[in-house]
Write a protein that binds this ligand. Structure first.
Ligand SMILES: [Zn+2]
Length: 356
């Protein structure tokens, strides 16, 4: 899919159309995109720059400014025509973009504790900055890619990465929550006993999340879950498997590729993740009755045949649905690697328009 989205419902004002930059800041890289007034993204794929966040906020803010210059040049627009920034970062952070006092996996330098990344970026760039957490930003993009500006639509996105993020879009708006923790889907509890009963060889599985919960979605469906729980569990009964000899972190990153090649143990691991997602989406269906369910993240950036297999497994994990809800659309997030930057730009545009 290209970056073009039809936004014909919203007329572009006369005069010089403004551009909005979407900035997706991760621990190691910052990805930037540029959105024009017609709703077209002027950069098709990734436009990445090193984030150097491990060196602290002062260095990282300079990296972001550099990344923006690179993106502006790549998009062929003038920096002066950028009127606003949409920024997303991993959390935990408040809805206003203040990072947690306790730090986080991606922002380990001590100066990041309690850092107001939205406010500081706004000052350093001299432009209004609108903030979302990365899961919410990806959910905004997933929703927009499927529904455009169509009003009244709702969706739930789950993003499978190192952890599990995501977001809930209701009536076209992301539910950020009162403190910025809306859409923390990874820490929603899954009925683990139901999951264990539904598949072979899961007896004794004890999924634990870094948040302290046992049996939440992230503890079953994330790269961390593979490394900490699923791979060790399945290797117990197959100690001769080729992954048994590798460092657990390296072994975990190879599971997806091997699953796509047909390795049975690795497929069994992805089946557990898919079925856990099925049980999770069932809860979302009952709470929100959404128009679509969307899956994104590194875990499913694979061949289309593997993606379809994974979606089919998710659907098999659904408990029985009401007849009206049986065919609920279940989709892979388009342009998954740039979802955060695109969603952040979209959200900035929506907020600007709602203020106008
Ligand atoms: Zn958790």
């Amino acid at each position: 899919m290209t970056g073009t989205i039809s936004l014909t419902s919203t007329p572009v004002p006369a005069g010089v159309p403004p551009f909005i930059a979407g900035i997706d800041l991760g621990g190691t890289a910052v990805n930037v995109t540029i959105l024009d007034a017609n709703g077209t993204f002027l950069i098709d794929g990734l436009c990445e720059h090193p984030a150097r966040s491990v060196e602290g906020p002062a260095v990282c803010l300079r990296q972001i400014a550099e990344a923006l210059q690179v993106a502006v040049a790549q998009a062929g627009v003038s920096a002066e025509d950028i009127v606003a920034i949409g920024l997303d970062t991993p959390g935990p952070a408040t809805a206003a973009g203040v990072l947690s006092q306790r730090g986080s996996t991606n922002f380990v330098h001590p100066d990041w504790a309690g850092f107001d990344i939205r406010g500081e970026l706004e000052q350093s760039l001299g432009l209004p900055v609108h903030y979302l957490n990365d899961g919410n930003a990806a959910a905004v993009w997933g929703h927009a890619a499927i529904f455009g500006d169509e009003p009244g639509r709702s969706s739930v996105s789950a993003i499978i990465g190192t952890g599990l993020g995501g977001g809930v879009i209701e009536q076209g708006r992301v539910i950020a929550g009162s403190r910025g923790f809306g859409g923390e889907l990874g820490h929603v509890l899954i009925p683990v006993a139901t999951l264990i009963d539904s598949l072979p060889d899961l007896a004794g599985l004890d999924p634990r999340c870094n948040c302290g919960r046992r049996g939440d979605l992230e503890s079953l469906c994330s790269l961390t879950a593979i490394r900490q729980t699923l791979l060790p569990h399945f290797l117990k009964s197959q100690p001769d498997h080729l992954l048994a000899t590798l460092d657990p972190g390296k072994a975990a990153t190879r599971v997806r590729g091997l699953a796509a090649e047909g390795d049975e143990l690795c497929q069994a691991i992805f089946r557990v993740q898919a079925r856990a997602l099925g049980l999770f989406f069932d809860q979302m269906i009952n709470v929100f009755d959404p128009d679509a369910l969307i899956v994104g993240g590194g875990a499913i950036e694979a061949a289309a045949s593997f993606q379809q297999w994974f979606l089919d497994e998710i659907r098999q994990g659904f408990p029985a649905q009401r007849e009206e809800q049986r065919e609920i659309p279940l989709k892979i997030m388009p342009n998954g690697d740039t979802a955060g930057a695109r969603g952040a730009a979209f959200e900035a545009r929506r907020r600007i328009r709602s203020q106008a």
